[in-house]
Design a protein around this ligand. Sequence first.
Ligand code: GDP
Ligand code: MG
Length: 671
Amino acid sequence: MSTFALAGNQNSGKTTLFNLLTGSNQRVGNWPGVTVEKKEGKVLKLDGAKIVDLPGVYSLSPYTYEEVITRNFIVEGGADVVINIIDATNLERNLYLTLQLAELGKPMVVALNMMDELDKKGDLLNVEALEQLLGIPMVAISAKSGFGVDKLVRRVADVLKRKTLPNVGDICTGNVHEAIHAISHLVEGKACALSYPPKYAASKLFEGDQPMRDALKLTRDELHVITEIVEIAEHKMDLESDAALADARYTYIENVTSQCFVRRDPEGTPTITNKIDDILTNRFLALPLFAAIMGCVFWLTFGPIGTFLADGFAGFIDTGITAASDALTNAGASEWAHGLLIDGVLAGVGAVLGFLPVILMLFLCLSLLEDSGYMARAAYVLDRLLRRTGLSGRSVIPMIMGFGCSVPAVMSSRTMQNERDRRLTIFITPFMSCGAKVPIYAMFVAAFFENYRALVFFGIYLVGVIAAILSATVLTKTSSFAGFASPFIMELPPYRLPTIRSVLLLLAEKGKGFVQRAFSIIFIGSMLIWFLQTFNFGLKMVDSADSMLASIGNSIAWIFAPLGFGNWQAATSVLTGFTAKEAVVGTLAVIYDVSEDTLSSALAQNFTVASALSFLIFNLLCMPCIAALSAIRRELGSWRWTFAAVGYQTGVAWIFSFVVYNIALLITAIL
Ligand code: GDP
Ligand code: MG
């Protein structure tokens, strides 16, 4: 089995190409940092070959975790051929990575992507000339349309067979060249023993790269000599060594591109993207426009359209359940079998499943915003605001992703370089209300706030954001999080029309996940809840108030008494919510035996406006579901920090609910 590694800048189209080559449907998004995990897949058109989608990087310096992973993977022989995918509309910047990849001395092919956009701009690129000048095989492609991809596969297969190595000329001249040459002589033996190309090792050492020093296990004397060489060169050039090397690379690239690339419009001519950005990121308009756009998302999802779809779908499910119930009665099913199936399984699963249209609408809106490139602007605009709270602008990306699901959101924090920022972001991302909590809000809104639908939804999301920002402000004043947020540099990708294919794929995937959870966790959970609330510990069928579930719920209900929902029903539903947030609704549907009544009227009888609000806020902010918990554990790296995070979240939830409950009590008393 041979392995190809896909390496390239963020947002250069790696995942799009990966999906095309492997037929899988990994998440594609028009903003940096979407792919954080290494993904693998079999190449469809080439037997016995697999491909690895590496995280996007701009260079191979050890500035981020991704950069170190990427270069180690390649240099340690993880790949037989490196496919370097390049955004051809951004040639100079992308070639910077290409030069560094070539230094690794592995067979490689460059895929010049986005050729369609290049053509549309009217720029001209002579691919053969570029190939000749750089000494690396190149193929022009468009990952979006599939143009050139077959040719790319043939070329890669050819390079694999011949083991063609990149043949880049000498990039550096003068002092840099001399210094690297000298260092390379010195460490040649050690580098070769690790099968690192000596010149690669030398240029890394010249840049002052710590991981390389550690890997080579340099002696004190060797380190001393290298420092001397670097210092002499720096002195002669009057420039830091890493800056000098970067400068040398860019000069080389400029020289190459000047011979094979012609821009139609002079650099600095405003593009369509620039024109749109003049409005969307305008100092004064940016925030109102962001609010308006998010308002539209809310209106579409939770307003008349979303409600109409959800009601229709719920009616459809109800009809199904009634039919099943009649069929069972006619077939002469025993009372407990009927109870288990109708009041247990179908009530729970049905209550959750009914929200599928709302969830899909939410994800549709979010993915359109993401794919078009708007979310990257939102992050950029919000950065200016958030900076004051001590948050890094980088946290905005995980936070916005958190509106979808905390699991990828927490994982995306991996692209953050600063450990403090990263941890802080993981602490607060789960406060952003995820899609799975929508059914909980929708249920209570139907029971209590039907006339203020969009407002209540908006308010809940806002409370989540406020909890996150407040937490950041407070936590950065305490010892473990003290310090400054690292600067936020994000490249704004051009606006792009979302592809129908990638949007549909995403919806299908989200829909599938939701339905799967309904039929696995919620299914089993509903059966269990029905069982626990139908029998007592002596396994005798009893009234639910004497059941096992009531005993369990009652033992923790006191925690919630000050929040206004200190009864066993609400307590157990909070508890089951830790398996998956949709389970809260499923549990309540089973407990309140909604076969005779609708869930919303059952809720209206068992909650007050104040306790309903407090219940919603608690579920919004408390510890996330198991899946998110394990993502947090993975990213924080220790159980101690994990417990600190979820303990913190649950504590904040309790305090917020307490405050909201008492304020709501006051207001309802006055009214
Ligand atoms: P990654 O971050 O490198 O994995 O990049 P993605 O595969 O997520 O793609 C980034 C954006 O570029 C998405 O909006 C894609 O739809 C878009 N894209 C990818 N390849 C092409 C292409 O060949 N032409 C055009 N016009 N857009 C592309
Ligand atoms: Mg990607």
